[in-house]
Design a protein around this ligand. Structure first.
Ligand code: IPM
Ligand code: MG
Length: 352
């Protein structure tokens, strides 16, 4: 079990440390941890956010546990040298096209949600976000027009095969859940979305038992806070998925709780290479202060065991330990509590 551990910037190292302790506490046979430096930390040391040796380590590993990248000292660097390129580069280089972002309310956190408790308690959804295309990877630039005005531009596009593979994965995920799939797009305005919708409908013919619906992204944002319980699996493009998953995190109480898996093959359980990371950023304002909630990273480690190693039992043990930690009232500042990063990690390890 070769796991590459890339802590990154800001709170990344602190939260990753706790997730690694949780993995180690499970006494997994053949667990090997490989180190790698990414993000601003890598730029400082090697002049690049994703140095070749880190990419090599990622290729050699069965799975990658990733902390966070982002560092405001790097905001003025040329785009290809910015910390974010580490995560974007890994997703692209490793062909990790499917990002699973589950959001479910933990018992006892009804009051932590930004939504009314009776609304929040209904949340149990999975966002399947496409990760290798869209405006994220289209041509882009800032140019000067003939009349001297500067213009920023980013090309949004999806090829049908890119839509097809993420749609298949999402339909299969829905089969394994409550059998409902909502495809989110902006087909009333964007041609990219028009094709997206057509391809999702075509793919849907192979999954007659899954109930397929379509929603414009603005409506989806509204429905997510109005009645999140209506969603089972949501499939959407890279940009919309980025935005909706941050929104979903506040519906379950804190972005410090949302884990993610980025997968490169058309299967969602067992034996597939993947990258696992909390959906939150590097939070430089609280870095190094023992204030960050490590639960999103710990839950990402659970997803790692499930999706890359087929270790459902151990994954469930971690999730249950996190749930019991929360139920016992052990919470970080993000949830109005006063427990630090280390203490939360300790509490989860004890409950394992
Ligand atoms: C995420 C993050 C990244 C993204 C950033 C850090 C590039 O916001 O994983 O959601 O936009 O995908
Ligand atoms: Mg994001």
């Amino acid at each position: 079990m070769k796991i590459a551990v890339f802590p990154g910037d800001g709170i990344g190292p602190e939260v990753t440390r706790e997730a690694v302790r949780v993995l180690q506490a499970l006494d997994l046979p053949g667990l090997v941890l490989l180190d790698g430096v990414v993000g601003g930390a890598a730029w400082r040391r090697h002049g690049h956010p994703l140095p070749p040796q880190t990419l090599e380590t990622a290729r050699a590993a069965d799975a990658i546990l990733f902390g966070a990248v982002g560092d405001f000292e790097c905001d003025r660097l040329e785009r290809h040298l910015r910390p974010e390129q580490a995560i974007l580069g890994l997703r692209k280089e490793l062909g990790l096209f499917a990002n699973l972002r589950p959001a479910k309310l933990f018992a006892g956190l009804e009051d932590a949600s930004a939504l009314r408790p009776e609304v929040a308690s209904q949340i149990d959804l999975l966002i399947v976000r496409e990760l290798n295309g869209d405006v994220y990877f289209g041509e882009k630039g800032i140019r000067t027009l003939d009349d001297g005005r500067r213009q920023g531009w980013d090309l949004m596009s999806y090829a049908e095969d890119e839509v097809r593979r993420i749609a298949h994965l999402a339909f299969r995920a829905a089969q394994g859940r409550r059998g409902k799939l909502c495809s989110v797009d902006k087909a009333n305005v964007l041609e990219t979305s028009q094709l997206w919708r057509e391809v999702v409908i075509e793919v849907g013919c192979a999954y007659p038992e899954v109930e397929l619906s379509h929603m414009y992204v603005d409506n989806a944002a509204m429905q997510l806070v109005r009645n999140p319980g209506q969603f089972d699996v949501v499939v959407t493009g890279n940009l919309f998925g980025d935005i909706l998953s941050d929104q979903a995190s506040m519906c379950v109480g804190s972005i410090g709780l949302l884990a993610s898996a980025s997968l490169g093959s058309d299967q969602t359980a067992g034996g597939t290479k993947g990258l696992y990371e909390p959906i939150h950023g590097s939070a430089p304002d609280i870095a190094g202060q023992d204030k960050a909630n490590p639960m999103a990273t710990i839950l990402s480690a659970a997803m790692l065991l499930r999706h890359s190693f087929g270790r459902e039992a151990e994954a469930a043990r971690i999730e249950s330990a996190v749930a019991r930690t929360l139920a016992d009232g052990i919470r970080g500042g993000d949830l109005g509590g006063s427990n630090g990063t280390r203490a939360i990690g300790d509490a989860v390890v004890e409950r394992l």
